[in-house]
Design a protein around this ligand. Structure first.
Ligand SMILES: Nc1ncnc2c1ncn2[C@@H]1O[C@H](COP(=O)(O)OP(=O)(O)OP(=O)(O)O)[C@@H](O)[C@H]1O
Ligand SMILES: [Mg+2]
Length: 329
């Protein structure tokens, strides 16, 4: 008999509950640049999905295809169950989007920019416009600057205004391309907590970022891109768990500890600069771990700390790509 959870998982795998599904989605720009290469993406409903990749890895190109702004060269994209770009007009009213460098009227105030944007949306109710504009400004922390002309806004304020535009109406899906770009640390924290709040209201949030720790802090799921190709996708916890953690021994006898660990067959043994920390590759099973600890103590090493540091998404990225998080040439 099949377990119900297995059925649910198969459903997720097939993309039945998915808000975004792409199959072999590919974009080659006219100049010949292959920006997105056979991308299979599945974004589950209700997730906060981080779309992670270094500069130039194809994030914005993918988002433009998802929003029906550019045609794919080949492959398919479905958003909220409908094919893009064919269903753009039916789909976009349910999607709030912030895409690289929001278009603003510099001579209008932030508030008037939002009112104008809302007026261009045929599904928006003009009777509630004022109140929705005020609420959106408040959500992104722009109330005090609402009357200022947009051309006098800082980069971070423009980014907030773009985000406010995406929040004028309740949406099933928010697509945010680098939403914290240009924000200071406090602003980044505010956006992160806003994203969590929106997600807890049931909105699926798809956000791109080149900041690993940002994705780790706010996302339930992530996909990792490099040079237009998908490296991996799945729940963030599983992605990070895919990379082995780091064995860490804290001791005043670092040199001895390093020697013992090497004798015991631990790979990549490194004594850190302050010389009271030795790290190495985590052994395959727990019994070996206990044996290592015993070997250290047996050799007279004064072990003050012995444990495994959890792998971060960054470790996973490096493990997967065999390289650092650098821009492709
Ligand atoms: N309009 C265009 N014409 C030709 N090539 C383009 C165009 N837009 C992007 N590219 C190229 O496609 C690749 C992917 O670019 P894209 O903007 O999708 O990356 P990204 O992941 O969003 O990067 P970033 O983190 O810098 O925003 C890059 O090599 C870029 O130079
Ligand atoms: Mg981009």
């Amino acid at each position: 008999m099949e377990e119900p959870s297995a059925t649910a998982w198969q459903k997720v795998n097939r993309g039945d509950d998915a808000v975004i599904v792409t199959r072999a989605l590919t974009k080659r720009y006219r100049g010949g640049q292959l920006a997105v290469d056979a991308l299979d993406l599945t974004v589950p409903a209700g997730s906060v999905f981080g779309f992670l990749g270094p500069n130039g890895s194809g994030k914005t190109t993918t988002i433009r295809m998802l929003m029906g702004l550019i045609e794919p060269t080949s492959g398919t994209a479905r958003v909220l169950g409908q094919s893009m770009p064919r269903a753009t007009r039916a789909v976009l009213p349910h999607v709030g989007a912030l895409i690289e460098g929001p278009a603003l009227y510099g001579f209008l105030s932030g508030r008037d920019n939002l009112a104008r944007y809302d007026a261009a949306d045929p599904t928006a109710d003009p009777r509630t416009r004022r109140i929705r504009v005020a609420a959106a400004l408040d959500r992104v922390g722009l109330t005090a600057a609402a009357g200022k002309k947009a051309k006098a806004y800082s980069l971070g304020m423009k980014q907030r205004l773009g985000l406010a535009a995406a929040l004028l109406q309740p949406r099933r899906l928010l697509v945010l391309d680098e939403p914290t770009n240009g924000l200071d640390p406090q602003g980044m924290r505010e956006i992160r907590s806003l994203v969590r709040e929106l997600a807890s209201d049931g909105t699926t949030v798809f956000l791109s970022s080149h900041l690993l720790d940002e994705i780790e802090q706010v996302c339930t799921h992530a996909a990792v891109m490099a040079q237009g190709r998908l490296i991996t996708q799945g729940p963030v916890a599983e992605l990070a768990a895919g990379a082995r953690g780091l064995l860490v021994v804290t001791t005043p006898d670092a040199a001895d500890a390093a020697r013992v660990l090497k004798e015991q067959g631990v790979a990549d043994v490194v004594v850190t600069e302050d010389r009271d920390r030795v790290t190495g590759e985590v052994p395959e099973d727990d019994r070996e771990l206990a044996d290592l600890n015993a070997a250290l103590v047996g050799a007279g090493v004064r072990v003050r700390g012995f444990g495994i540091e959890r792998a971060s998404l960054e470790d996973a990225f490096v493990a997967l790509t065999g390289e650092g998080f650098d821009v492709a040439g």
